[in-house]
Design a protein around this ligand. Structure first.
Ligand code: ASP
Length: 467
């Protein structure tokens, strides 16, 4: 017999069906016993007058039974299959479940996060988490379809690569073949996507993992996150902003019909004005902050190209220069301000654009520099040594072979889904995030390497005591 899903039972009244899933709940009422069976489609009530002593919550079972319409007084409007129940003919326990370490029939917010992460595969059984992962999948599928129709090409770029300057600390990976040398995991595919523009693709996207060794915050997970990375040639900043605005407006309409976008077109707020009016470059411009269905998108534009360099900007340059890129070092200066690069760099505006949703920065991008001389000047201003410059020689070389003007953006998928769903942290929309202390869920990395692995890599670990 073919398997029937819980949701399909409503259309199978009078038929015998085979169901497979988990025991969601069990209720004993003397001579009659109820089990709710849960599968990926939902829940259906099973009923039996026989003793089902062995079937306990979270056991995996297979049931053959007769679908019956419930009498009107017994209809449960709270579940989609509330008009029917399945009379059990036979039941087999496929896999027993131990008692779970925490309840999964609640929203789970009040459960210790480390325990939730340790047993994430159980935590995901709760309906809120299952919904979040399904919604996220719908979002990425929508984006893929939308952009593919617009002639964008999805390209995968390397994960084992060289440092990419997004301003954070890199994760490094030792090389076995070249002992003493290291790869860096990409902070973003920034350089590759620009090289793909030189390659003539014109329209690129990738739903891609990025790695940054930064301290976690509620809108930032430790270690890795996913972004929709995009790049386009022969575009203006307005083209990029309009495309994103249209795509996300359609996405919200299709996937989140209960939500409303409070202002359209999305306001484009110059950085200076945002700071003066809201005291932040990511203003929360919702009309009613108590309304969970309001989505207030806005753009912040006209950022200064540079900020004063601080200790933390060590990763950008030598530390000797005064200027740090406010976005990253490939962002183009505003064409009207090019002259100021020599005279008053802090006054130069950049062609940067940040996407803000309900007070969260959910994406950033820019029109890029495509002239070798301007790129070199920016490297100088941020205090790159000749050695550091040589690390980017491939970009400067590429720019000598006919480079189209280009620009892009990278909305964060986790942040976007978190903000739309109104989830309190980014980890609530990730399947297996690292905990806030940097331990990976379930697998509990980082962990020790064996002496053999270290030997092969030519690495000696200094014991903690000596550090
Ligand atoms: N690479 C940038 C980032 O990850 C985004 C961009 O400029 O397109 O923030």
């Amino acid at each position: 017999m073919e398997r029937t899903l819980a949701i399909e039972t409503v259309k199978a009244v009078g038929k015998e069906v085979k169901l497979q899933g988990w025991v969601n709940t069990r209720r004993d009422h003397g001579k009659i016993m109820f089990l709710d069976l849960r599968d990926r489609s939902g829940i259906v009530q099973l009923v039996s007058t026989k003793d089902l002593a062995d079937a306990r919550a979270e056991d995996v079972i297979e049931v053959v039974g007769l679908v019956k319409e419930r009498p009107a007084s017994m209809v449960n409007p709270k579940i989609e299959t509330g008009t029917v129940e399945v009379e059990i003919k036979s039941i087999a326990i496929i896999s027993k479940a131990r008692e779970l370490p925490f309840p999964i029939d609640t929203d789970g917010y009040d459960i210790n996060e480390e325990i939730r992460m340790k047993y994430r595969y159980l935590d995901i059984r709760r309906s809120r988490m299952t919904r979040n992962l399904r919604v996220r999948s719908k979002v990425t599928t929508f984006i893929r379809n939308y952009l593919t129709v617009l002639d964008f090409v999805e390209v995968e770029t390397p994960m084992l690569t060289k440092t990419t300057p997004e301003g954070a600390r890199d994760f490094i990976v030792p090389s076995r073949l070249q002992k003493g040398k290291f790869y860096a995991l990409p902070q973003s595919p920034q350089q590759y996507k620009q090289l793909l523009m030189v390659a003539g693709l014109e329209r690129y996207f990738q739903i891609v993992r990025c790695f940054r060794d930064e301290d976690p915050r509620k809108d930032r997970a430790y270690g890795e996150f996913t972004q929709l990375d995009m790049e386009m040639s022969f575009v203006t900043q307005n083209d990029i902003l309009s495309l994103i605005e249209l795509m996300f407006t359609k996405l919200v309409g299709e996937i989140f019909p209960e939500k409303h976008i409070s202002q359209s077109p999305w306001p484009r707020i110059p950085h200076k004005e945002a700071m003066a009016t809201y005291g932040t470059d990511k203003p929360d411009i919702r009309k009613d902050k108590n309304d969970p269905n309001e989505l207030a998108f806005s753009w912040t534009i006209d950022f200064p190209l540079f900020t004063e360099q601080s200790e933390e900007d060590f990763y950008h340059g030598s530390g000797a220069a005064k200027f740090a890129p406010s976005h990253h070092m490939f962002t183009s200066p505003h064409p009207d301000d090019i002259g100021l690069l020599d005279t008053d760099p802090m006054k130069v505006r950049g062609l940067q654009h940040d996407l803000v949703l309900n007070g969260y920065e959910v994406g950033g991008g820019s029109i890029r520099i495509h002239e070798r001389e301007v790129q070199e000047k920016v490297f100088d201003l941020i205090g790159f040594s000749e050695k550091q410059k040589s690390q980017f020689e491939h970009m400067l070389t590429a720019f000598t072979y006919g480079v189209p003007p280009h620009g892009g953006i990278a909305p964060g998928i986790d942040r976007l889904v978190m903000s739309i769903l109104g989830e309190p942290t980014i980890r609530e929309v990730m399947a297996f995030p690292a905990s806030s202390s940097g331990q990976t869920s379930v697998m509990d990395a980082p962990s020790d390497a064996t002496p053999e692995q270290l030997k092969e890599l030519g690495i000696t670990v200094i014991s903690k005591k000596k550090l």
